[in-house]
Design a protein around this ligand. Structure first.
Ligand code: FUC
Length: 798
């Protein structure tokens, strides 16, 4: 490490005047030290976690792999998106409805402590719910590791020239080293078109490859051989004392030279020149309410592996690269003062932790979020969960589930702006699916129409509240989940999609519209009993969480209703729900501003128990929502600044996603230095493989950072009359003095490229993919106002 740092210092001037243009193949995480193998036999302890977050992630939405790349005993930790324990459960609690009116009454009278007590025994799920994040042996379940592929090369002699890298542009890991005069290479990728993982081992001397491969997992597995494959199968715990999902993983070797022998527990290769390993895996899970099962996983995986084995390595690779590079390459971001790839990723991180953030790390962070979304969320897959598609545990942190009160929404913040809207599809399929059990929850808990869900959900359609009020009572969940629907439409202009999602959107709207409480004095509409995740206030020394009309709930409802009205207008739909929502939207009680000028978190001035709380829930209307913005609501913008500054002053931002959220908020406030400061908080704490550190690894911080960077470069959330406002470099910090971005998307279906030098915009190209009107702004000046013809690129005078 020391040597690398010295090299860095010595070559700084060289870096500064070098050509900073990012070449495709430059988007790399690169390491020169081998992952350690001394913890290989202890798969679940903390030491292993340290190794795990040094391993390099690959994936295709459904399959995930973490490549350790060790010379002697390679380990590839495996995931399959639906490896979930648990099973469907009825956890809706009829006691909730009986107490609903009393709860509203107590809150209307300001009797918060009593309300909290009543809620604690009524407004929670029936049964054990998520089991407070230890759901793996309960019906709630947990996302689990598929296990490990071990490749034991049994060669203990010294090696040199070790290098391990992850090429983000090609979604490929490479390992190379020299041993006994032979250069060995390994290439790993997970193919979306062929739905298999491919590992090629090669050497520059014939017959040099001999190894034994195994598959195992921490529990519930057996291996056998058949059809020239090593096969691992098992059933997962259903959480009710029986068996849940069935799974299979199949491993096959295609050698050049040498021989392959399969036993019931191993795949042995002797004296090959080169070997291609193929792995396919699946469970019998189906995203179909109410049973969630029925996929022919055996047949599917058998077909996938045999079809892949008929193709050459080159063909599989070409198909993988054609698919991945065409998506990844649509956008990029590059800074002039970046060091390119001269420095190893761990050196860049080491410097960052010592307050010297190389511009390269911003570029990598931007690209990494894009990479991780493309590898954990693709059409046909489940959405990216709390850890994307990667976990090495049987009980993942927070069950590796879907948290709605920030984490799942943040996962998708970069999807549209980074021009990879395809990654958004799994979220929409999932929303449609949870809307079904969510209908039952809306009826049982609230006696209302439509559907809802609370802060935690899983692949089994769990939509009830959690078992604790402070975090688990969140009737507003569907509102946040559904915001992505209109965002996708605004970015793509896809009316068919909007039509397809309308009923689901209407269901969420219907529930919330009925849930509103009319204030007898003002006639305004207040959100029902709700929390401001996961903050508390203190009254008379007692901590409570619930009030009517929390700012968070009011803002989400405003956004959802606004979105619904827009969708109804686009689709030319008028209905009773539309008229009702149009009326209620006009009479929603506004977010109040406090005596100290801050945007208030609750609808009366209450002292927050944690002034630096990590959640920024009462600012959701500023970002990612559109309710508050610099053009239409300057007074709220000022109040938001005060709220944010107070939060930061008291320590907010040190949880990855929280810092990333602050970056986006500050970008919307056009505060570049605060935005980059927020990003730095997250970047400095990244794990060795650049995974975001939540408390353990949580992926939404990675996505939030990418989205935050994009928000600093380009904004399009404001519609002014018939013009979409496209703001170029709205929050450019001095650290990013010279650079360019390409292929970012703006709402209204525009694609934008820009370059700048010494802080000034130098070139700008805008393409309208729908032929829409826009107003292009730079530093508060209008560069262009008018209509752009469809599919024509315009160079805008700067
Ligand atoms: C929310 C957050 C926690 C964590 C969890 C997964 O509940 O408050 O910090 O991110 O989700």
């Amino acid at each position: 490490m020391l040597l690398r740092l010295l090299l860095f210092v010595a070559s700084l001037s060289l870096v500064a005047c070098s050509d900073s243009k990012l070449k495709d193949e430059d988007v790399l995480l690169v390491y020169d030290s081998s992952a350690l193998s001394d913890v290989a036999d202890k798969p679940l302890d903390w030491k292993d976690d340290v190794q795990w977050v040094s391993a390099l992630p690959l994936g295709n939405g459904s399959l995930g792999a973490m490549v350790y790349g060790d010379v002697v005993l390679d380990r590839i930790q495996l995931n399959e998106e639906s490896m979930w324990s648990g099973s469907p459960q009825d956890s809706d609690n009829p006691e909730a409805l009986k107490a609903k009116d009393a709860l509203e009454g107590l809150l209307a009278d300001g009797k918060y402590a009593e309300a909290q007590e009543l809620a604690a025994c009524t407004q929670v799920c029936k049964g054990v719910g998520t089991n407070r994040a230890k759901g793996y042996e309960k019906p709630y379940g947990s996302f689990q590791t598929l296990g490990d592929l071990w490749i034991d090369l049994k060669s203990g002699s010294d090696y040199t020239n070790y290098r391990r890298s992850l090429n983000l542009n090609r979604a490929e890991v490479n390992v190379s080293y020299m041993q006994d005069g032979v250069t060995y290479k390994r290439e790993y990728f997970v193919s979306y078109p062929d739905q298999v993982m491919v590992v090629r081992l090669s050497a520059d001397k014939a017959k040099s490859l001999s190894f034994t491969a195994k598959l195992n997992r921490p529990e519930r597995y057996a291996t056998h051989t058949g059809s020239n494959q090593l096969i691992m199968t098992g059933t997962l715990n259903d959480g009710k004392g029986g068996n849940g999902l069935h799974y299979v993983a199949r491993l096959k070797a295609v050698p050049t030279g040498g021989e392959v022998v399969y036993t019931d527990s191993t795949l042995i290769v002797n004296g090959a020149d080169e070997v291609m390993l193929l792995l396919a895996a699946s469970t019998d899970y189906k995203l179909e309410y109410p049973y969630y099962t029925g996929r022919d996983y055996q047949q599917l995986t058998q077909q996938r592996i045999e079809q892949a084995a008929e193709k050459s390595y080159q063909e599989l690779k070409r198909r993988h690269l054609d698919d991945f590079m065409s998506l990844f390459g649509r956008s990029n971001f590059s800074l002039k003062n970046s060091s390119g790839n001269r420095y190893f990723t761990d050196s860049l991180l080491y410097m960052a932790k010592n307050d010297s953030i190389d511009a390269r790390l911003y570029e990598l962070s931007f690209s990494y979020g894009k990479y991780l979304l493309l590898t954990s969320s693709r059409p046909g897959s489940l959405p990216a969960n709390l850890q994307g598609v990667w976990t090495n545990k049987v009980n993942s942190p927070w069950n590796g589930d879907y948290h709605i009160n920030i984490n799942l929404p943040m996962n998708y913040w970069p999807a549209e702006v980074m021009n990879i809207a395809e990654t958004h599809q799994p979220l929409f399929d999932f929303i449609k699916s949870v809307a079904q059990p969510g209908k039952r929850t809306a009826q049982v808990h609230y006696g209302l129409h439509g559907w809802t869900l609370h802060p935690c959900t899983n692949i089994w359609g769990f939509t009830s509240p959690g078992e604790g009020i402070s975090w688990g009572y969140y009737p507003i969940g569907a509102a946040w989940m559904c915001l992505d629907i209109l965002e996708h439409y605004r970015f793509t202009g896809d009316k068919q999609f909007l039509q397809d999602m309308y009923i689901t959107l209407e269901g969420a709207v219907r529930f919330l519209s009925e849930w509103l409480v009319k204030d007898a004095k003002t006639g305004q509409y207040l959100a029902g009993p709700s929390s401001s995740p996961e903050n508390a206030f203190v009254v008379g020394g007692v901590r409570s969480n619930l009030t009517l009309a929390t700012s968070h709930a009011q803002q989400l409802i405003w956004q959802l209703f606004t979105d619904f009205m827009e969708a109804s207008k686009v689709l030319n739909i008028s209905s009773e729900v539309v008229s009702e929502v149009s009326h209620k939207l006009k009479h929603l009680t506004p977010t109040p501003i406090g005596k100290d000028g801050r945007l208030m978190e609750w609808n009366v001035e209450l002292e927050e128990s944690d002034k630096g709380h990590r959640h920024l829930s009462h600012l959701v209307g500023l970002y990612p929502g559109h309710q508050f913005n610099t053009i239409h609501t300057p007074e709220y913008v000022e109040a938001a600044k005060k709220s944010i500054d107070c939060r930061v002053e008291h320590g907010c931002g040190y949880v990855g996603w929280s810092g990333a959220w602050l970056a986006g908020l500050n970008a919307r406030l056009k505060r570049p230095e605060q935005a980059v400061y927020s990003l730095n908080m997250v970047i400095k704490r990244m794990l060795p493989n650049l995974f975001n550190l939540g408390a353990p690894f949580q992926i939404e911080g990675n996505f939030g950072v990418s989205a935050g960077i994009a928000e600093m470069l380009l904004q399009s959330h404001i519609q002014k009359e018939e013009y979409r406002v496209i703001d170029i470099l709205p929050a450019l910090p001095k650290e990013w003095n010279t650079g360019h971005f390409k292929g970012l998307r703006a709402r209204g279906n525009f694609e934008v490229d820009a370059s700048w030098k010494k802080g000034d915009l130098k070139a700008l190209k805008v393409t309208s993919l729908s032929g829409n009107k826009c107003m292009i702004m730079y530093k508060n000046n209008i560069l262009f106002k008018g209509e752009l013809l469809q599919n024509k690129s315009y160079k805008i005078d700067v």
